[in-house]
Ligand binder design. Structure first.
Ligand code: KIV
Length: 284
């Protein structure tokens, strides 16, 4: 395993200062985390999107804190040096500041995360402030916020109109002022993302489908490798069709077991003739 230094917040800000884009992916399991660590990914998000990508639900809402902790622990075991973000699931922070702090603390204490992310703008600034005051690095998430998909009317670009764009810009400032060290902009027009990035003073701006002007990029791992069967968002680039490779392998397995070409001697274990004879003598 290639060793590298632990990714820290100062390291991420150094990348920003040097104009080096930050790399960020979702991840939900140990073997994928291991590969992402080897590839040199800076940040991993254990997203509540796992409700969809891993558990097959239609939205992110059914993800529970226990789901998130279990998957975050697995990811941490596979990627010791990545900056690991736990995504706060639906209703783990909305009810109150105290609920938010307690659940953010679980990500840190039980899963070894380096910080948390939550969705929402100025209305969630007190949650961000409380979490940061508790010593936990916090990220905001603006634009298309999947936990509010019902009120947003679907998975749509946010901030296409000037008024809505202005609201996103104001919300970004409110989150930064509340202490968020990073904000994810999901499906926000590129020029709106550019304004927010230029105005950020002490905050890293990340893009998911929001263009090239942010300080870095996030993609959903399952989208970039053809591993999510229901749909592929337009913004996701497929970097390799692992889904197709796996499907072809599965079909081949079905064929080889059916036509008895699998297994071959290298795929099974044997007993010595001596032991075998002794065994058969013991049988009736
Ligand atoms: O849950 C998740 O993966 C996310 C992304 C959609 C940004 O929050």
């Amino acid at each position: 395993m290639t060793e590298r230094k632990k990714v820290t917040i100062p390291y991420l800000f150094k990348k920003v200062a040097n104009n080096e884009p930050i790399t960020w992916l979702t991840c939900y399991d140990y073997p994928t985390a291991y590969l992402q660590e080897q590839a040199g990914i800076d940040m991993i998000l254990v997203g509540d999107s796992l409700a969809m990508t891993m558990l097959g639900y239609e939205s992110t809402l059914p993800a529970t804190m226990d789901d998130m902790i279990r998957h975050s622990q697995a990811v941490r075991r596979g990627s010791a040096n990545v900056f690991l973000i736990g995504d706060m699931p639906y209703m783990s922070y909305q009810p109150s500041v105290e609920t938010a702090i307690r659940n953010a603390g679980r990500f840190m204490a039980e899963a070894g995360c380096d910080g948390i992310k939550l969705e929402g703008g100025a209305e969630m600034a007190d949650r961000i402030r409380g979490i940061v005051d508790a010593g936990i690095p916090a990220q905001g998430h603006l634009g298309l916020t999947p936990q509010s998909v019902s009120s947003l009317g679907g998975y749509k670009v946010q901030g296409k109109g000037a008024l809505q764009a202005k609201r996103i810009i104001d919300n970004a400032k409110a989150l930064e002022e509340a202490g968020a060290f990073c904000i994810l902009l999901e499906m926000v027009p590129d020029r709106v993302c550019k304004i927010i990035t230029e105005r950020a003073e002490n905050c890293i701006i990340m893009s998911l489908g929001s263009g090239p002007h942010a300080h870095g990029q996030l993609l959903i791992y399952h989208d970039m490798f053809g591993l999510y069967p229901r749909f592929k968002p337009r913004m996701a680039k497929v970097f390799g069709n692992a889904g197709e490779v796996i499907l072809n392998g599965l079909k081949e397995y079905v064929k080889e077991v059916s036509d008895k070409t699998f297994p071959q001697p290298e795929n099974w274990f044997t007993i010595t003739d001596e032991e075998y004879d002794e065994l058969t003598n013991m049988l009736d």
